[in-house]
Design a binder for this molecule. Sequence first.
Ligand code: MG
Length: 158
Amino acid sequence: MNFKIGFGYDIHRLAEGEELWLGGLLIPHTKGSVGHSDADVVIHAICDAMIGALALGDIGSHFPDTDPQYKGIDSKVLLKHVYELINSKGWLIGNIDSTIVLETPKLRPHIDDMRNLLSSILTCDVSQISIKATTSEKLSYVGEEEGVKAYAVVLLQK
Ligand code: MG
């Protein structure tokens, strides 16, 4: 079989005084996401989807949030590790499609920068990386700006 598909999901709490990292970029905002690492939900969902495609566990089993070496870590480093892992097993990125759910700020001005950044880490073309953003229509915890979440599907190819 030359293709494998994986799915990933992540959520982090938002709080004042924290940095908002999404898709590898620091997004200017009054709130940021709380987590053991830089709490980048987009990269975490993509990592989980890549790991899941090869049935290699999940992001928590590869990078435990109890391990001090991952405290405050740049999630781009984790993504590079995961990419090297799938690469070492002979797999490449076919394509990625992800959705960020966040009430504010508007992410459209940052989306192409995220795609370019992630495609450089994953050594693929930017056309293989889709990042979309939506709100929660003011409903529930995301709508009340208490959290940010992301979903991703990844197709890997031999
Ligand atoms: Mg996470």
